[in-house]
Design a protein. Structure first.
Length: 282
């Protein structure tokens, strides 16, 4: 399948990043949000990111102009009617995603592919709510999308070989390094990452070390680019808590059970960078 036009549902941090890399890769890209303010905020985020790239010499002014020319925003689902692939990057909630796909179904073409950027939900379950179970796939990007090379491509039980292969090649065309991940909660990255992050919280709770010392140990001693608590604040404590609960419900393994401290911080609204306070204050 030849892709020309890409639709992106959601223009938050992830959606804006996905839309940016698609537009920079030469695809006509339409990003949809629920209101004009969110559309403007998302497109503004993209413009700012590209401007910083020009300032740092990572791309030319012409590259920036070309990317922005490929990009448009909308609050209408109908404007996605001509898309060859639609990448969903909205809130990590099954019902919200189902509603979005149900709304899109009668609008788009028969051959249009649905791809979900979910980091934890079952691709087969999401696909089952649509009438194109063979043209539904997981396409999990990592933040910040323009900088992170990895994309997990998840083939559900009903995803056709053709759809999987087409989307795998599409990911390559974005300058990414795709890997094949199983349709199981957490896929590959979060299956390994979440237990590590939860263990760091448990270790701190048990008195192993201060937040700062544990972070310093993992960066200076193990070569990690950031320590577990800095990473938790970056990812979002609420996001980590949500993913951990999904994985624990699936596997019933204690390694995926959120520790009490994480739960209480989420209840207190200390989500990390996005709320101004997590394990650190911003």
């Amino acid at each position: 399948m030849e892709f020309r036009t890409v639709g992106v549902l959601g223009c938050g941090l992830m959606g804006a990043g996905i839309a940016q890399v698609c537009a920079q890769s030469g695809y006509r890209t339409i990003v949809r949000e629920v209101d004009d303010a969110l559309v403007s905020a998302g497109l503004g985020r993209i413009e700012k990111f590209l401007a910083v790239g020009v300032k740092r010499g990572k791309l030319t002014a012409e590259d920036k102009a070309h990317a922005l020319a490929n990009l448009s925003g909308s609050i209408r689902f109908e404007d996605l009617a001509g898309c060859d692939i639609i990448i969903e990057a909205i809130v990590e909630n099954v019902e919200a995603k189902r509603q979005a796909f149900t709304t899109l179904e009668p609008i788009i073409g028969r051959d249009t592919i649905f791809a979900s950027n979910t980091s934890s939900l079952c691709i087969t379950e999401l696909a089952s709510t649509t009438k194109r179970v063979d043209r539904f796939v997981g396409l999990h990007f990592f933040s910040p999308v323009p900088l992170m090379k990895l994309v997990e491509v998840i083939r559900g039980l009903t995803t056709s070989v053709e759809t999987y292969n087409d989307v795998f090649e599409f990911a390559k065309s974005l300058g990414k390094e795709p890997v094949t991940a199983p349709d199981r909660p957490g896929f590959i990255a979060n299956r390994l990452l979440i237990p590590y992050l939860l263990d760091a919280v448990r270790a701190h709770e048990s008195g192993l070390g201060t937040i700062e010392d544990i972070d310093k140990t993992m960066t200076l001693g193990c070569g990690h680019p950031m320590g577990p608590f800095t990473l938790l604040d970056f990812v979002g404590l609420d996001t980590t808590y949500y993913i951990a609960n999904i994985m624990y419900a699936e596997f019933r393994d204690p390694v995926y059970a959120p520790p009490p401290l994480l739960k209480r911080m989420v209840l207190a609204g200390r989500y990390g960078r996005k709320s101004g306070r997590g394990f650190y204050t911003y």
